[in-house]
Design a protein around this ligand. Structure first.
Ligand code: FAD
Length: 463
């Protein structure tokens, strides 16, 4: 795992000029370099070099082709951002996001996310004035203020993230903030070499290639959620990609891990951003696959455990996130005449109670299966006793199929089979149900029986 530890470290030799130093939580740790540790429900990509990332991109493009051909554009493809670039960059960007919030709090006095603070740029002007930083005398600060993302309501981001994904601006040039004492701009991101800046551009280019291709082929793409020290960046970049590609329908989907304590805040803010910046919002709701690793790392580095304290708290978080999405969908349904599919959600869970809860809440919020705004997702070969009845009842339901070169996919599948005890328990239940159905068919003389469902397959009109 030495290689992966290396891929998380910058080769730049100075970290001295960064505002407020580095945050240990976002630094690579040898002990956690094997990101597969205690993770059997998700595939892990290790960074080898840029050529390998290029190959991974090709695999994702082939996957989009396969989805498009097999499902007439109604299916999904899934990607992982750590497969498409050097993970260190995602770690450094995640650190920048935390530091940006800290800086915002220092200047405005408002704790928490920027978009929900209701702070306009006038608050920054006043604060700079109070610190004797005059804008006409400090043109750098003046143009820094003009580059913020804001609307009539308030500041949305301190930086132009959409500019970052679309232009050739360097990360080190973008993430600077005015020092409140000197008025000089100082770096918020650790130093990066030219080569690393180039790697970031490559990562953005690969993402653009995938999403543009998916849009052209009318295939939706889920961006998987990963470890928290990458996830802030993954989520932020995905939101900006949504803004760019989800202009006519939801093509890009983000993933929200409900085992995290701040997920309701996060999804509420992202829904708000989608509403204010007028793009289609796509999300997959999961409980989260990296719990043991997250907890162990937090304990080792002495930061607050990002995971909910109990399984029940995770379930409550899942329910609350789902309800927030349904609430917004209901408002859209009631207020928009057409174009009511501005929010699309995948409930990705093997938990029968979660599926039942979703079906019940859909009824309560008056959201019908045919509204095509909520769908369900399970892994291939798992929980067919949940997938099939859902499909027959007219709900949109998808199976996740591992895709890629055989020599890469097989080791992942065998790890899952070997490690995931709870999956085997669910398979046991499925086997029992299959035997029961076989017995029923023998008794009723229905061995060749084909159940008739009262449903329209999704995309049927286009087949
Ligand atoms: C289609 C699909 C896509 C997925 N994509 C992703 C992805 O992009 N990123 C990702 O991280 N995961 C992903 N997962 C995996 C998912 O996060 C879960 O690990 C897995 O589905 C098990 O959760 P469940 O709801 O199915 O089952 P359950 O058995 O009901 O839940 C198990 C989960 O509950 C949580 N949990 C268990 N014990 C505790 C505890 N003591 N305290 C707090 N929480 C606890 C953990 O998240 C654990 O995985 C995906 C799953 C599916 C089906």
């Amino acid at each position: 795992m030495e290689e992966d530890h290396w891929s998380c470290e910058s080769s730049a030799d100075t970290h001295e000029d960064i505002a407020s130093g580095t945050i240990e939580r976002f630094t690579p740790q040898r002990k956690f370099a094997d990101r597969r540790m205690n993770v059997s429900g998700a595939r892990t990509y290790f960074y080898v070099n840029e050529a390998q990332c290029e190959k991974n991109m090709e695999t994702f493009l082939n996957c989009i082709d396969a989805v498009s051909d097999a499902t007439y554009g109604t299916g999904f493809a899934a990607i992982k951002m750590t497969a498409l670039g050097r993970p260190q960059l995602l770690m450094q960007l995640s650190e920048v996001i935390t530091k940006t919030r800290n800086y915002f709090e220092k200047v405005s006095g408002h704790k928490g996310p920027i978009i929900s603070a209701g702070v306009g740029i006038d608050v920054f002007e006043k604060r700079f004035k109070a610190e004797n930083i005059s804008l006409p005398e400090n043109p750098e600060v003046d143009s820094w203020m003009k580059n913020m993302t804001y609307d009539k309501k308030s500041i949305i981001h301190l930086f132009s993230w959409s500019g970052l994904i679309d232009t050739n601006i360097l990360l080190t040039d973008m993430f600077k903030v005015p020092n409140l004492k000197t008025g000089k701009l100082e770096n918020l991101i650790s130093a990066l070499t030219r080569e690393e800046e180039e790697m970031f551009k490559n990562m953005m280019r690969r993402l653009h290639t995938i999403f543009q291709y998916a849009k052209d082929r009318d295939v939706r793409v889920m961006v998987d959620a990963e470890q928290t020290y990458f996830q802030d960046a993954i989520s932020r970049l995905t939101l900006e990609m949504m803004k760019k590609y989800n202009t006519e329908k939801a093509i890009v989907f983000n993933t929200y891990q409900c085992y995290l304590t701040d997920t309701l805040d996060q999804i509420s803010l992202d829904l708000e951003q989608a509403y204010r910046q007028e793009f289609y919002f796509g999300a997959k709701l999961v409980r989260g696959a990296y719990m043991e690793q997250e907890r162990e790392r937090a304990e080792e580095l002495n930061y607050e455990d990002p995971v909910n304290p109990t399984y029940e708290a995770t379930t409550e978080m899942y329910h609350n996130c789902l309800k927030e999405c349904l609430r917004r969908i209901q408002i859209n349904k009631e207020t928009l005449q057409e174009d009511t599919q501005r929010i699309a959600i995948m409930v990705a869970s093997h938990n029968e109670d979660t599926v039942r809860y979703t079906v019940r809440k859909m009824e309560e919020f008056n959201i019908k299966p045919l509204d095509r705004v909520i769908c369900f997702g399970q892994l291939l070969g798992m929980c067919d006793h949940i997938t099939l009845p859902l499909g027959q009842a007219g709900y949109s339901v998808y199976k996740y199929v591992p895709y890629g070169p055989v020599d890469e996919v097989l080791p992942y599948l065998s790890r899952r089979a070997a490690e995931n005890g709870s999956i085997l328990l669910k398979l046991k239940k499925e086997k029992k149900l299959l035997w029961k159905e076989l017995g029923r068919r023998v008794v009723k003389g229905q061995l060749m029986y084909t159940p008739k469902g009262d449903y329209i397959p999704i995309g049927a009109s286009r087949v």
